[in-house]
Every structure is written in structure tokens, then in C-alpha cells.
Design a protein. Structure first.
Length: 290
């Protein structure tokens, strides 16, 4: 199996975002960290964890409709073992959102009782929404707004859209603070950077797309061989341990992606593999295990 690519990306605005999050943390009661349910570990920013520290937190496992449901359940149990509440979420459809309000209230139960004892009945709960780029923060906020708030967060299917912190009032006495997606200066583990690249959290322009697709095929063949073979009409075997570039070439050949001389257009094949994984056409796949 090929070695993981070393992927680094830290635009200057992200350092500013990190400072802003640290400053605004004192304005909120709880943090909602949105993770990608397909890669919960890699999509959890260690810089954010350091910033948040003891602030109450709720984990939202977004894009759970694209993740393996059995693995999502395991991740929920994993976070519970750490004393954290995790909610599977589909922010584009709103599925799972009905658990958000009661979960936050449960996490803040003692704080709410303290407010009420001081006569602060009905005080709005202020939630900071954090996460890496392209993980679905704006889609989540827009779904919350549809339930009884005002305004709209900008949603685009590319990393780095939200550029500033914005407050939104949503139903049932909640206020949400949206923050720009922030990565961290260096991926100590190259596999983390690679997993983020698989899901589109890192801009494709800085990547070796063919190498990335080759690595993805190796991983998919290890974890979900039936999904690969069903999608590409191949007959790959886990036991063969074929290198990724061979897998990519065979996928391209099966799809008829040939150029002059009968060679495979591996660049086109790579873009296809990554697009089909990211869009869920390969099925519900989780790349990381708790």
C-alpha cells in the first residue's frame, strides 16, 4: 500500500479565525462541534479542542446519511464513553435535528437551574457552532433557522465559505454563533490530512488527485470491497492487496476512460472516483473506526 500523502494547508484567515473563536468563547454557554460522520476523528480539530477545553460541548455527527450506520452507532457510544453527547445528523434534510434542543438542555441542566434560581427564566441559550471547512455548519444553521429564526447562513459545496462570525436567533430560546471553518497549521498524522482531502475539506487545487484517488481505492478495498466492485463492475479481492495506481487504472479501463494508444486517462478516473465517493454513489461508507 502506498504511503499517505503529506497535505498541508493553512490560509492566513484561519489564524485570525482561531483567535476570534477564542475571544468569543466567553460569550456562549455551549459549543456544538460538527464532525463528518465518515471521518469523526480526522474532522475533529485538535486546535479547537484546546481552545474549547472545559466549555460544555455537544458533538454533531453530520452527513450521517453518507456514513455506515453501524459505525455511526459505534461512534455515538464512543463519545458517550468519554462523557460527551453525540447526535447523528443529516443537516441537508434536517433528520436528527429534533434531538439537538433537548440534548443541549440536558448538557446545560445545572447551568439552567442556576439561571432560574437567579430569576433568569427564559434566558436564551447561546451556542457556538464550530467545525472544519465543508463539514456542514451553514446547512445545520439554515435548518435550525427554518424551525423559527431569522436570517440565513451561506451554503456552498466547497471549503472556506463562511468568513466571519455571525449570530442567528433560532426557535425555543436559542442563539447560534456561526464561525468560519478552521483547519490547523500542520497535520501531524498524514492519514488525517488524507482523510480530510478524501471528503473535500481541503481544496482540490493543492492535491495530487491521482495519488489521492489511488489511496482512497486502497482504503475502500480494505473496508468495503463489495461497494467498490459493485460500483465499478470490478472483481478486486482484499487478499490481492493491489497497489492503488493499479486499482485506479483498472477502474478507468472499466469506465472506458481511454486516450490515444489505449492508455487509461487516470486523471479523469481519479476525479470520477473522488466525486463518486464524496457524493455517496459508492454507498454509506465510514473510513474511521472508534
Amino acid at each position: 500500500m502506498a504511503e499517505a500523502q503529506s497535505i498541508q494547508w493553512f490560509p492566513g484567515h484561519m489564524a485570525k479565525t482561531r483567535r476570534k473563536i477564542r475571544e468569543d468563547l466567553k460569550l456562549v454557554d455551549v459549543v456544538a462541534e460538527i464532525l463528518d460522520a465518515r471521518i469523526p476523528q480526522s474532522s475533529s480539530n485538535p486546535v479547537l479542542r484546546d481552545i474549547i477545553q472545559r466549555k460544555p460541548k455537544v458533538v454533531l455527527l453530520n452527513k450521517s446519511d453518507m456514513a455506515d450506520p453501524a459505525q455511526t452507532s459505534r461512534w455515538v457510544n464512543y463519545y458517550a464513553s468519554l462523557g460527551e453527547r453525540a447526535i447523528p445528523l443529516e443537516s441537508k434534510t434536517g433528520k436528527g435535528l429534533n434531538a439537538f434542543y433537548p440534548t443541549v438542555r440536558e448538557v446545560l441542566k445545572e447551568q439552567i437551574l442556576s439561571w432560574e434560581s437567579k430569576g433568569m427564566v427564559g434566558r436564551p441559550i447561546r451556542v457556538m457552532v464550530v467545525g472544519i471547512p465543508n463539514v456542514g455548519k451553514s446547512s445545520f444553521i439554515n435548518q435550525m433557522i427554518r424551525g423559527g429564526g431569522a436570517g440565513k447562513a451561506e451554503v456552498q459545496d466547497r471549503p472556506g465559505v463562511t468568513r466571519q462570525n455571525r449570530w442567528f436567533t433560532v426557535g425555543r430560546g436559542f442563539e447560534l454563533l456561526d464561525t468560519p471553518g478552521v483547519l490547523w497549521p500542520k497535520f501531524e498524522d498524514p492519514v488525517v490530512g488524507e482523510h480530510l482531502a478524501f471528503t473535500g475539506a481541503v481544496r482540490d487545487e493543492i492535491l495530487d488527485m491521482e495519488g489521492l484517488a489511488a489511496r482512497l481505492l486502497e482504503l475502500l478495498l480494505e473496508l468495503y470491497p463489495n461497494a467498490v466492485n459493485a460500483r465499478y463492475k470490478t472483481s478486486f479481492s482484499q487478499e490481492e492487496r493491489l497497489p492503488g495506481h493499479v486499482l485506479l487504472e483498472q477502474v478507468g479501463r472499466k469506465r472506458g476512460m481511454l486516450i490515444s494508444g489505449g492508455e487509461v486517462n487516470t486523471e479523469r478516473a481519479a476525479i470520477t472516483v473522488l466525486d463518486e465517493y464524496r457524493s455517496g454513489k459508492l454507498g454509506r461508507i465510514t473510513l474511521e473506526r472508534p
